[in-house]
Write a protein that binds this ligand. Structure first.
Ligand SMILES: C[S@@+](CC[C@H](N)C(=O)[O-])C[C@H]1O[C@@H](n2cnc3c(N)ncnc32)[C@H](O)[C@@H]1O
Length: 306
C-alpha cells in the first residue's frame, strides 16, 4: 500500500505543488477560453488518484504550504493584491474543499470536473477579496502581464533614500525589505541592530514574514525606519484607486511615525505629498530629495526632539 510516509516525503509533495503552480504561473484565472486555461497537470491527476486511496495525515500542513505558495504566485503577478487574514483563511478553505473533492471523486473524468470547480472557487475568491482584479484581467485574455516588483542593491537604496551610516540611529526597521533583504544584511554587517519585515521574507532571526498592516509598530521604539518602494508606494496606489484602503494606510502611516524615538527618522520613497502636508511642523521635519529621471522624491521625516 502506498502511503504518504513511505512513498511521499513532505518534500516530494511540496515539489508536486511547486510544479503545478509553475505550470499555471501567469495564466489568467478569469480567462473563459479553452486553450491555455489553468489546469491540473497529468502528474497532479496521478497524485490525486493515489491520495484518494491514502489520504495523507498531515493535511493541514500541506494546505498551509500550498496557500503560502499560491499567495506568492498572486503577489508575483500583481504586487498590489492584498490578502488579509480573512482572505487567507478563505483561501485555506478553497484548498480544504479541493482535498474533500479529492477524496470523494473516483474516475479520471471527474478529476477534470474537479479541477474546473477548483479554479472557479479560486476565481470567486480572488474577485471577492480583490474586486479590481476582474476588470484588470478580462476573460478573453489567457495570460496576465506581471506588475513589476523589483528588489534593489543596498547601495542603490542608500543612494535613493540619502541614507548616511555615520548619522543613522538604531534600532533600524526595513518595512517591505524584499525577499533578499539586502539592506538589512548590509546594515547588520555595518554593526546596526537591523531587522526587516516583508510578506515575502524568508523568516529568520531578524526577518519577519508578515503583512505590514498586521505588524505592530511599538510607540517610541525605532531609531530609523526605512521603506524603499514599499509602504509609501502601496499607500500612493490605494490613494489613487477608487476602492483603495487609503484610510487604513493613513492610520498605519501615523502608527509608523509614532513608533520613532525622539530624534529618529522615517526614510521612504516615493513621497506622499497628500499626507505629508498635514504633519505638524513642530513635531516632524520633512526633507525631500529628487530621484533622478523618475519625477518622484524620496523623503526623510525626522521626529524632532523639542
Ligand atoms: C518593490 S519591492 C522593494 C523591496 C526593497 N525595499 C528594495 O528596495 O529592494 C516591494 C516589497 O514590498 C513587499 N510588500 C508589498 N506589500 C506588502 C505588504 N502588504 N506587507 C509586507 N510587505 C509587502 C513585497 O513583497 C516586496 O518585497
Amino acid at each position: 500500500m502506498v502511503t504518504h510516509n513511505s512513498a511521499f516525503s513532505e518534500e516530494t509533495l511540496h515539489q508536486f505543488v511547486r510544479k503545478q503552480l509553475r505550470f499555471n504561473s501567469g495564466k489568467n484565472i478569469f480567462y473563459s477560453g479553452e486553450e491555455n486555461k489553468p489546469e491540473f497537470l497529468q502528474e497532479t491527476c496521478d497524485l490525486i488518484e493515489i491520495l484518494q486511496k491514502n489520504l495523507f495525515p498531515e493535511r493541514e500542513k500541506m494546505i498551509e504550504f500550498t496557500v503560502d505558495k499560491v499567495l506568492s504566485e498572486f503577489y508575483k503577478v500583481n504586487q498590489y493584491y492584498h490578502f488579509d487574514k480573512n482572505a487567507q483563511s478563505e483561501l485555506k478553505q478553497v484548498y480544504r474543499d479541493l482535498l474533500d473533492d479529492i477524496t470523494s471523486v473516483s474516475k479520471e473524468t471527474d478529476i477534470a470536473a474537479m479541477a474546473e470547480k477548483h479554479y472557479s472557487r479560486l476565481q470567486q475568491w480572488l474577485q471577492r477579496t480583490n474586486p479590481f482584479a476582474a476588470s484588470l484581467y478580462p476573460e478573453d485574455v489567457s495570460v496576465v502581464d506581471e506588475v513589476v516588483c523589483a528588489e534593489y542593491s543596498a547601495e542603490m537604496q542608500m543612494e535613493i533614500l540619502g541614507l548616511n551610516l555615520s548619522t543613522m540611529v538604531g534600532p533600524v526597521l526595513d518595512v517591505g525589505c524584499g525577499a533578499k533583504a539586502q539592506l538589512v544584511t548590509h546594515l547588520t554587517k555595518a554593526g546596526f541592530d537591523a531587522s526587516g519585515i516583508d510578506r515575502n521574507a524568508e523568516p529568520g532571526a531578524n526577518l519577519k514574514k508578515t503583512d505590514w498592516m498586521d505588524f505592530s509598530f511599538v510607540p517610541g521604539h525605532w531609531g530609523t525606519i526605512i521603506s524603499n518602494l514599499g509602504f509609501s508606494n502601496h499607500f500612493r496606489h490605494h490613494h489613487l484607486r477608487n476602492d483603495g484602503d487609503y484610510l487604513d494606510y493613513a492610520r498605519k502611516y501615523m502608527e509608523i511615525l509614532q513608533s520613532l524615538k525622539p530624534g529618529g527618522a522615517f526614510y521612504y520613497a516615493p513621497d506622499l505629498p497628500f499626507i505629508e502636508s498635514y504633519l505638524d511642523p513642530q513635531k516632524y521635519r520633512i526633507t525631500k530629495r529628487e530621484i533622478p529621471r523618475t519625477g518622484f522624491f524620496s523623503v526623510k521625516i525626522e521626529f524632532i526632539i523639542i
